[in-house]
Design a binder for this molecule. Structure first.
Ligand code: GDP
Length: 473
């Protein structure tokens, strides 16, 4: 590749390396310093591309306060399985389409926008659950402004409800509670309110600050009220963006479609994206051939908080990738080449070690971090509670353990993603990780530690916090 870029013959580069006493094959990866030397030796001018150059490649820069305008909130729906997340998302969209354009066809592009009765737009991410939410966050993308927590009134707070609460809290995103299935004769909304109290979600009718709305996704009851509550919560956040600049945002989903090529749904976070512009999305790039709205219509542009499908990319990016408009195709190619190279380097170097107790220890030393984030999974509620409270008592003036999430059951992939997003380590007590979780942990370099004696567990964390931990072998 280096030879190629210099328009030299690969054998000449390999020969030169041999003269330096370095034996290499044609596809070997070499050090940047050595590459630079070769480039100079061959009479070319090296130019090192860094992350900073990549940033520079994006048009725009910081926004001035006076250029900011209100934007729609972006909402993710979370909650326990079968509590009605999908039904709610479908109901909200149908309601709106019927009201707007009779018989309008909607298509699933991964996100859609609806309007409240007072005419405010609200954007919903069309993939319910905390898996998508947290995996995006783990990739550095902050997408969600408000979480709608769906709790079925006939079932109450369940394990994934608690998980969703923890995920939202870890991300610092406010919750609006949708108490669903109130059409059912055995529904008991007040039980939901009381149970939420135990997880520090205090709803308004119990003198708290979390807005709650009783709904029925099935019978389309109170959907307008839910939208108003979301809008109210959003107003408190004063969400703003500059619409008048080259667009930036995040990829919500992407796929390869027969006949259409790579298709990516993006959410514009600032600026306005237009047909004909050149965009970079993760390691993909392209000239925007067409933009398709959530109503399946061609559109010429998309502004802040608007989801839109992009056609014209050279490959499908990944959900959670950032996208940005760049000056021209050459710039786009330079940035994506750099990113592809980086990825190969990272892969060659093996996964990092973020989320391990040792890594956290060294971070404590370097950055004077104050918190020690942990995810605790155990076999029974009693032991999980005992461990959590023992760990929370360990804190000193300098450092304290912060339990990001604690729950009953084996370590799952969702725990690992949350660990990655929160830079936490995962601790299993009398439980193991399932295969997907183990694989994800390996890939992301997240450490999972297992214990069957509470004392050992607490002791290890204590040691880690004071910087005395023996590494696991
Ligand atoms: P999800 O797993 O959270 O996405 O839940 P679904 O949306 O798939 O709903 C699970 C089941 O609950 C389905 O059979 C729905 O028809 C039903 N359901 C959802 N919302 C309501 C509701 O408001 N009332 C009643 N009676 N059933 C509902």
């Amino acid at each position: 590749e280096l030879a190629n870029r210099m328009t030299e013959r690969a054998v000449d580069v390999i020969k030169f390396l041999m003269k330096q006493g370095q034996m290499h094959k044609i596809n070997d990866v070499i050090e940047a310093d050595l590459a630079e030397l070769i480039v100079i030796e061959f009479g070319h001018t090296p130019k090192r591309v860094s992350e900073a150059d990549v940033e520079e490649g994006f048009l725009g820069g910081e926004d001035r306060e006076e250029d900011l305008e209100p934007r729609a909130p972006v909402v993710t729906v979370m909650g326990h399985v079968d509590h009605g997340k999908t039904s709610l998302l479908d109901a909200l969209r149908k309601e709106n389409v019927v009201a707007g354009e009779a018989g309008g066809i909607t298509q699933h592009i991964g996100a859609y926008q609806v309007e409240t009765e007072s005419g405010h737009p609200v954007t919903f991410i069309d993939t319910p659950g905390h898996a998508a939410f947290t995996s995006m966050r783990a990739r550095g993308a902050k997408v969600t402004d408000v979480v709608v927590l769906v709790v079925a009134a006939d079932d109450g707070v369940m394990p994934q409800t608690i998980e969703a609460i923890d995920h939202a809290k870890a991300a610092g995103v406010p919750i609006v509670v949708a108490i669903n299935k109130i059409d059912k004769p055995d529904s008991d909304p007040n039980r939901v309110r009381t149970e939420l109290l135990q997880h520090e979600v205090i709803v308004e009718s119990m003198s708290g600050e979390t807005l709650e709305v009783e709904v029925s996704a099935l019978k389309h009851m109170n959907l307008d009220k839910l939208l108003e509550a979301i809008q109210l919560q959003a107003e408190l956040l004063e969400l703003k963006a500059n619409p008048d600049r080259p667009a930036e945002g995040v990829v919500i989903e992407a796929k390869l479609e027969r006949g259409r090529g790579p298709v990516a749904t993006v959410l514009v976070q600032r600026g306005t994206l237009k047909v004909g512009q050149v965009v970079v999305a993760g390691r993909s790039w392209g000239k925007v051939r067409a933009l398709i709205s959530d109503r399946g219509e061609n559109t010429v542009q998309a502004g802040p908080s608007q989801p839109v499908e992009i056609l014209g990319l050279d490959s499908a990016p990944e959900a959670g990738d950032q996208f940005a408009v760049v000056e021209n195709e050459a710039r786009a190619r330079e940035i994506t080449d750099y990113r592809q190279r980086k990825l190969r380097e990272v892969k060659a170097a093996g996964a990092g070690t973020r989320g391990s107790l040792e890594k956290m220890m060294s971070q404590l030393g370097e950055e004077g971090a104050k918190e020690f984030p942990l995810i605790i999974k155990g076999d029974v509620q009693g032991s999980v509670e005992a461990i959590t409270s023992a760990l929370e008592k360990l804190g000193t003036d300098e450092v304290e353990a912060r339990v990001v999430h604690a729950g009953v059951g084996g370590v799952t992939e969702s725990d690992v993603t949350l660990a990655k997003a929160s830079d936490a380590a995962v601790v299993g007590f009398n439980v193991r990780a399932n295969a997907q979780a183990r694989q994800a942990a390996r890939q992301e370099g997240i450490e999972i530690r297992y214990y069957n004696v509470i004392y050992d567990l607490v002791d290890d964390i204590k040691a880690a916090m004071s910087g005395l931990l023996e590494p696991t072998l």
